[in-house]
Design a protein around this ligand. Structure first.
Ligand code: BES
Ligand code: MN
Ligand code: ZN
Length: 497
């Protein structure tokens, strides 16, 4: 689907633009959202409003013939509620608008809606509109023989006041790139573990690097061994699928500028290992690579926008399986950092692969390292499926990082909630036989997981995003969400600005 903007001027007005369907906002008092509408259009809408067939409440729509003098083939009135529209009403309205357009044989549509509603901001509102289109048209049927018919909409044109044309255009470009990245992350997440293996993720990363000109290195088992990533390898060795360590680089910032490093957990299937998970819902552990997918999705967006920044993506990827070669509870492994780890539960494998990637990240002298992981069920207990957990140390530098991430999260409608990484939790990881245990008991499970990672991140500024509750949906709506791609992209954009 194609998006573009058209700004209102003498040449382009609702009286001259040809379209299969003109969707125009109407408030609950009957007035149009678009001030440039002609008297003829306003009169026609007043008549429709008078019939009582549309009350202008958010979520209501009415399809009508377009009046004399309007070249649009159809007119779709979209209720916006009060004037100005609230954010909630606007979201309702755009969703209703898309649902009303769906059954139409309209390839080309023109959207005349108030374009600065969300956060009183044009970028946020355009992002909301574009995201709704992407989300509503997403189909997870690549592996179905019988596919649902694709949406007929080919081209959506946003009608913009002429003085807002430049910002609208830029916002649209950003919104499309973010959604493309997000969709890519969803597609990868939804693939089953027998297809989306570590080698498959590596091949996808290679493809991305070809498409967008990233530098890429894919380390195989031998190279991972030479790096002494003993913790990562201990998880990988239980599976017949060979591990990969993916290094993606987009270095388009100033040569001396310290890079941002994203680290994504890439467990392509988490059975729990010898500490086997219960059977119910275990299929969802194919989503345990959603952190990795979010790094790849963010890189896709970076490539689409050709961001002038230095960004590095690290993905340790393997399976967590039970076998004769798998980690046993009680095993002690040596991480790349030299610190030893007593594996008391083989199901706490995410931290075991991430810790070595976090040590590897030191070599880039990063401005910040952000890891993204479906790390703990405890994070779901704490925050549910609404906000992702944001974990950082509690000093000034990290407060600033947490703040900038929280802000970007809000702007991208991809919310996070900050959790404490306090020294006082660290003793829960004490081990009698190694430098640390890999589990800290039931209390504050998502925090002790973050505390474990924290021990490997003391050379740089670091944030950890636990997306266990937000990276995918369960139940009848089962599917990857592509989160936190919007947050990461928005954060990069705001960093640049
Ligand atoms: N991938 C899981 C976390 C997870 C569980 C995400 C359920 C989403 C839904 C992770 O590897 C894991 O198994 N964590 C354990 C840690 C525990 C053994 C300390 C957990 O959360 O139960
Ligand atoms: Mn696990
Ligand atoms: Zn896991």
């Amino acid at each position: 689907m194609d998006f573009s903007t058209k700004s209102a001027d003498k040449k382009n007005s609702l009286q001259t633009i040809k379209t299969d369907c003109l969707a125009i906002g109407i408030y609950s008092n009957g007035t149009l959202s678009d001030a440039t509408a002609s008297p003829a259009l306003q009169e026609a809408v007043a008549k429709l409003y008078a019939t009582g067939d549309i009350d202008g409440k958010a979520g209501s729509t009415l399809l009508a013939q377009s009046p004399e003098g309007i070249p649009a083939k159809r007119l779709l009135l979209v209720g916006l509620g009060t004037n100005p529209a609230t954010e909630k009403d606007f979201r309702k309205a755009i969703d209703a608008c898309i649902a009303a357009l769906k059954p139409l044989n309209a390839a080309n549509i023109l959207l005349a809606l108030p374009i600065d509603t969300i956060g009183n901001s044009i970028p946020q509102t355009i992002y909301t509109v574009v995201t709704s289109f992407y989300n509503k048209s997403y189909q997870s049927d690549v592996l179905k023989k019988n596919k649902a018919p694709a949406s007929k909409i080919r081209k959506a044109v946003l009608y913009i006041p002429s003085d807002k044309a430049a910002i609208a255009k830029k916002s649209l470009t950003n919104a499309i790139a973010i959604n493309k990245g997000r969709q890519y992350a969803k597609d990868l997440g939804n693939l089953p573990a027998n297809i989306c293996t570590p080698s498959y993720l590596a091949a996808q990363a290679k493809r991305l690097s070809k498409d967008y000109g990233f530098t890429i290195e894919i380390l195989e088992k031998k190279q991972i061994q030479s790096l002494k990533m003993g913790s990562f390898l201990s998880v990988a060795k239980g599976s017949d699928e060979p591990p990969r360590f993916i290094v993606l680089k987009h270095l388009k910032g100033k040569s001396k500028e310290a890079p941002v490093v994203f680290v994504g957990k890439g467990i392509t299937f988490d059975s729990g290992g010898i500490s086997l998970k219960p059977g119910a819902g275990m299929d969802e552990m194919k989503y345990d690579m959603c952190g990795a997918a979010s790094v790849l999705g963010t890189f896709k967006a970076i490539g689409e926008l050709d961001l002038k920044q230095n960004v590095i993506g690290l993905i340790p990827t393997c399976e967590n399986m039970p076998s004769g070669k798998a980690n046993r509870p009680g095993d002690i492994v040596t991480s790349m950092s030299g610190q030893t780890i007593e594996i008391l539960n083989t199901d706490a494998e995410g931290r075991l692969i991430l810790c070595d990637a976090l040590t590897f990240a030191e070599r880039f002298k990063p401005a910040a390292v952000i890891d993204i992981a479906t790390l703990t069920g405890a994070c779901i207990i704490a925050l549910g499926h609404v906000t992702s957990g944001l974990f950082t140390r509690m000093d000034d530098a990290h407060d600033a990082l947490a703040e900038s991430l929280s802000k970007a999260a809000k702007h991208a409608d991809d919310p996070v909630w900050r959790m404490p990484v306090e020294e006082a939790y660290q003793s829960q990881l004490d081990s009698n036989f190694a430098d640390m245990a890999n589990v800290g008991g039931r209390p504050a499970g998502s925090i002790t997981a973050a505390c474990f990672l924290e021990r490997f991140t003391r050379q740089y500024t670091w944030a950890h995003l636990d997306v266990a509750g937000t990276a995918w949906k369960s139940g009848t709506a089962k599917g990857a969400t592509g989160r936190p791609v919007p947050l990461l992209c928005q954060w990069l954009l705001e960093r640049q600005a």
